[in-house]
Ligand binder design. Structure first.
Ligand SMILES: Cc1ncc(COP(=O)(O)O)c(C=O)c1O
Length: 403
């Protein structure tokens, strides 16, 4: 515990607050004043629709102003829930109802609601390894035992998932929940194949567990065929799906949601305060996205594809001929790198820092250790030019960090 807290105060903290306290996580942003910020999954600031948001706010305030500035309904603004349904139909042909959507403060919060609904301290759950570091942090606050399953180029490895579920069953234990990121997985980038999606859903049914499907990036597909969601493949009401407006409009709106089977909606909603989540930004986002969603997402797909390509070009120009492995995700925000054998990762950190290149070390993404040879780069935030230049600088740092 930090020295700012007195020992007396520490005794007052809840079990949940104390779990994992003091565990040493790598600093989120080791390079101060980075010139090339490839660290966090921040959306592209140049493509925020500033004028469109001002205009939508003015229009909305004339019609709904008083409603926007008072408490909302617990499940969230109906207009936003309808918009989310429209989004699913537009991008996936998936028909769902607003009654099955619960609005949250970003999808990070949505995931937290689901963990709160299913996990007690000491329960067993399954995540991918690697998986999103932010969610790992949230999971750890809930205190479950995390069993991890690897991902390969086709996503979560279902043969290992089966083995782990079977081992737990033999031990008389049950996996409460499987957390998976099927599209452009953060951080490793693969998209779960259709066959594996069907297998994950079938395994959840066979072993009587819940799936939490985290889809923060699904609309941002640069190439390849979209795959049906786990939610749409499930017929037994055991998939809860999280979504967000952060990557397709603006993370500052802090809006996300859970799409859940009807029986679970009241349970998930019960973890929210009264007043609903963000009635104001819900309305602003809805009024903008109603008229512009398809067009805006089309623009974003091109923006992020250019950035991915620029970063990959820069990396390969410097690193070709080495045994480096570099992912090429079909969408999303991230490139995952397996460093050449013998890379001194401490030295790489120093050299990248001197070049003012920020990245995230692989360790942050593994629940039970691993990732020493990996790093994650986000191409989302910097311009294509900076993605290219920074990738070349990092490539040189990687070459120079060979022990
Ligand atoms: C896989 C994944 N899930 C969830 C989130 C949370 O995003 P937000 O809370 O902004 O919706 C992120 C953000 O980077 C993410 O990458």
């Amino acid at each position: 515990m930090s020295s700012q807290h007195s020992p007396a105060l520490e005794q007052l903290l809840s079990t949940r607050a104390k779990i994992g306290m003091g565990a040493s996580l790598p600093p989120a942003r080791p390079v101060e004043h980075a010139q090339y910020d490839f660290g966090g999954g921040f959306p592209d600031p140049a493509s925020f629709p500033y004028d469109g948001i001002v205009e939508a706010t003015a229009r909305m305030m004339k019609v709904e102003g008083a409603q926007a500035l008072t408490y909302g309904t617990p499940q969230g603004y109906l207009g936003l829930r309808e918009l989310v349904c429209h989004k699913y139909e537009l991008f996936e042909g998936l028909k769902v109802k607003p009654e099955n959507i619960v609005v949250s403060n970003g999808s990070g919060h949505a995931l937290s609601l689901a963990f709160s609904a299913f996990l007690d301290v000491g329960d067993v759950m399954i995540t991918e390894a690697p998986t999103f570091s932010g969610t790992l942090h949230t999971i750890r606050r809930h205190g479950p035992e995390i069993v991890d399953v690897p991902v390969d180029g086709d996503g979560l490895v279902t043969s290992v998932l089966r083995e782990k579920l079977a081992t737990l069953r033999k031990q008389g234990r049950r996996c409460k929940l499987i957390y998976t990121i099927p599209n452009f997985q953060n951080p490793a980038g693969p998209t779960l194949t259709l066959k594996r999606r069907q297998e994950v859903v079938a395994l959840a049914q066979e072993f009587d567990t819940v799936i939490l499907e985290d889809d923060a990036y699904g609309e941002l597909r640069f190439e390849g065929e979209p795959q049906p969601s786990l939610f749409s493949l499930d017929t037994s009401g055991r998939v809860v799906r999280a979504g967000t407006i952060s990557k397709i409009l603006g993370a500052g709106m802090r809006l996300g949601w859970l799409l859940a089977p009807s029986a679970l909606v009241p349970v998930l909603q019960s973890f929210l305060f009264g007043g609903g989540v963000a009635p104001f930004t819900s309305r602003v986002s809805t009024w903008y996205m109603r008229d512009n969603m398809a067009e805006h997402v089309k623009v974003l797909v091109n923006v992020y594809r250019d950035k991915r390509d620029a970063m990959l070009r820069g990396l390969w120009e410097i690193l070709k001929g080495t045994d480096v492995e570099i992912s090429k995700p079909e969408g999303g925000f991230f490139i995952w790198i397996k460093l050449p054998a013998g890379t001194d990762t401490k030295r790489l950190q120093t050299l990248a820092g001197e070049a003012r290149v920020q990245y995230t070390a692989g360790l942050a993404f593994f629940p039970n250790g691993g990732g020493e040879r990996h790093i994650r780069l986000a191409f989302s935030y910097e311009s294509p030019e900076k993605c290219y230049e920074g990738a070349r600088l990092l490539g040189r740092a990687i070459l120079a960090a060979k022990a």
